[in-house]
Design a protein around this ligand. Structure first.
Ligand SMILES: Cc1cc2nc3c(=O)[nH]c(=O)nc-3n(C[C@H](O)[C@H](O)[C@H](O)COP(=O)(O)OP(=O)(O)OC[C@H]3O[C@@H](n4cnc5c(N)ncnc54)[C@H](O)[C@@H]3O)c2cc1C
Length: 596
């Protein structure tokens, strides 16, 4: 793809290099300079300096976890596991390797066992459990790091020649087992890690678009574009680590989609190297009618059709104003009705999220130790006002957090309309600081799941989208069913089941569930979890929800496809895969597209 080379085209050219403070952990989520831990006084805290919560003690967290899960979790009862568990030996055809060596430098070919292991999984609870307490039956035999599109072309050709399976790797943040390898795959498996292809190729400030390589991670895309006063506006909660190619291949959704759109709204064009050659076009137009839209095939392709090498995306001026906000509601139902009216009557702000009471409590439990003094008094007065004067019940009230972005005028208008609608539903403004804190927590919360695993707590999130009319019932049905099934199995303590509404549309919402439990004494907690998650998925589908709003299908949910589409639809998909990739070069096997 080439730009129309006008005067406003900037070519940053240089590849952003990852600094020493950007190293990532291999065995848990996130940056290696950050992890949750116990302080010397026995409180939970986050080590490091990266996030607002870093270095602070969270004295309420552990007591709250013990109370909710009815368990004796604490630093003394720990099973650290034995990461890395046995890693399968690599099996590499020598002729293929020497072919690779003819166009890749030695530092672009990796056979290190731990690196291969990391490329054989994403971040589902089963995968993160397996690498410490069980094992992955198969991982890539080799990892390669292409640095330009020409090398991807050569890689795909070599894979085809030598009958090797290729799996594209972005940030490895998927939560669908999309990178998990089939133990029965007889061919050499090669993971193509795209993260060295991370340049912004050009930025066209006149037409507000940019061409970005597929391996660029979200945090770099944001910081690079910011230098030129623009943003792509796509901010999934995994933005620190997920990549452009991964976003397209999973059909991702960012928290600010109300203002900027989901990934499919933001992409104008894609370049893809397929088993047959390159998918490319001559121009990126604002909108087209040119017959079957092949670009669409790549959204949700999950590594099965080719390697996305770059994309042309829409960009936007950095907002003049960014403001946070929050509103408390007496109940989830009232908060939900507010969301509905907001979607009908006003332009919603960039992000609106409504958490249920348990998740609201979870947020409070993550409040750092108070410094005492005025801040302490203020918080006590606020609590008194909310519960005693306004009469909100602590075990019923919920919170909605908000991010407004735009011109001053736009934001003023959105705020006025939103708070007016909120008041109609009993909402009480709870200030910008609480809103800001809610969004800041997003990045540190992602570390908690892996921290708690050695203390016998297993947890995971799953999501769906659902029309407004079914949404409240869906939340109730999923929670009720999980509680019943948990009790029926006589599992330890009580499970943690909570929901939040993270995206709104005129037609419905995206709902995110978190589910976790204490597993001490259970031999295969990851299987128990999966069984219960599948029961929840069954309940979601029965309640009119979708298989996924943005996480995707991968291998985790492929068995459900016959429940949501006709046999003809499935046949079309299989035929498409068969004709576009007859040798199954892209052998990730997601969505059942493995030609078996
Ligand atoms: C803490 C956390 C928060 C998350 N929050 C969100 C969220 O807010 N919104 C959201 O949508 N998702 C979210 N996710 C899920 C995940 O981040 C997304 O699915 C993301 O888009 C995956 O991108 P990735 O670069 O990590 O891809 P990977 O995990 O590396 O790969 C995912 C799939 O895409 C394929 N792929 C990757 N790169 C390419 C390429 N260049 N060409 C072809 N195929 C490719 C892979 O083969 C694989 O099938 C979250 C996950 C976690 C763990």
């Amino acid at each position: 793809l080439s730009s129309n080379d006008g005067t406003n085209i900037i070519r940053p050219g240089k590849r952003p290099a990852a600094g020493p403070d950007e190293a990532e952990s291999l065995d848990v989520w996130g940056f290696s300079d950050t992890h949750f831990d116990f302080s010397s006084s026995g409180h939970v805290m986050i080590r490091g300096t990266r996030y607002e919560l870093s270095g602070k003690e969270l004295p309420r967290f552990l007591p709250w976890v013990r109370e909710v899960l009815e368990c004796e979790v604490g630093p003394a009862t720990v099973d650290k596991g034995h990461y890395p568990t046995a890693i399968p030996e690599p099996c590499i055809a020598p002729a293929f390797l020497s072919d690779l060596q003819s166009f890749l430098k030695s530092d672009q070919i990796e056979t290190n066992a731990e690196i291969r292991l990391r490329h054989g999984h994403g971040h589902t609870q089963e995968e993160m459990y397996a690498i410490k307490y069980a094992r992955l039956g198969r991982v890539p035999d080799l990892v390669v790091y292409p640095e330009n599109e020409g090398q991807v072309v050569q890689l795909v050709a070599a894979a085809k020649r030598h009958e090797v399976s290729l799996i594209p790797f972005g940030g490895g943040t998927n939560v669908t087992d999309a990178l998990r390898c089939d133990p029965a795959e007889p061919r050499t498996i090669v993971s193509a890690d795209m993260r060295r292809m991370n340049r912004i190729l050009w930025i066209d400030l006149e037409n507000m678009m940019a061409s970005i390589e597929a391996g660029a991670v979200g945090r770099h895309i944001m910081s690079e574009l910011k230098k030129y006063g623009v943003t792509m506006g796509h901010e999934p909660d995994s933005v620190e680590f997920s990549t452009m190619g991964g976003w397209i291949a999973t059909n991702a959704s960012g928290m600010k989609k109300n203002r900027y759109g989901n990934i499919e709204d933001l992409i104008l064009d894609v370049n893809v190297i397929t088993a047959d050659g390159k998918l490319e076009r001559t121009t990126a137009s604002p909108r087209e009618s040119v017959g079957l839209d092949l670009r669409r095939l790549m959204f949700g392709s999950e590594g099965t059709l080719g390697i996305i090498t770059s994309a042309i995306v829409k960009i936007f001026p950095l907002p003049e104003v960014q403001k946070y906000g929050s509103v408390l509601f007496p109940s989830f139902e009232q908060g939900f009705k507010f969301m509905y009216d907001l979607s009908r009557e006003a332009a919603p702000p960039a992000s609106v999220r409504l958490v249920d009471n348990l998740q609201f409590q979870f947020g409070l439990a993550l409040k750092p130790k108070s410094a005492g003094g005025l801040a302490d008094i203020k918080s006590k007065v606020e609590k008194f006002f909310v519960t005693k004067i306004k009469g909100f019940e602590p075990l019923k009230m919920v919170a909605c957090t908000l991010v407004f972005e735009g011109s001053r005028e736009e934001v003023d208008q959105q705020e006025r309309a939103l708070y007016r609608i909120a008041a109609r539903h009993g909402g009480m403004k709870a200030g910008s600081e609480n809103g800001r804190r809610g969004y800041q927590l997003t990045y540190s919360i992602a570390y908690i799941r892996d921290f708690l695993m050695p203390y016998y707590i297993i947890a995971e999130s799953f999501e769906t989208s659902v029309p407004w009319s079914n949404a409240l019932a869906l939340c109730d049905n999923v929670k009720r069913r999980l509680l019943e099934e948990y009790e029926r199995r006589g599992l330890p303590g009580k499970p943690f089941v909570t929901a939040r509404v993270t995206q709104l549309y005129r037609t419905g919402v995206c709902i995110y569930f978190y589910f976790g439990f204490y597993y001490k004494g259970l031999p295969n907690p990851q299987d128990v979890y999966l069984e219960l998650e599948n029961i929840a998925r069954d309940e979601i589908l029965k309640s009119g929800g979708s298989l996924s709003h943005h996480h995707g299908v991968g291998k985790l949910r492929r068995a459900y496809l016959p429940r949501i589409m006709s046999e003809t639809a499935l046949q079309w998909k299989r035929e498409l895969k068969k004709s576009l990739d007859p040798k199954n070069v892209f052998g990730a096997g997601n969505q059942g597209l493995d030609l078996k």
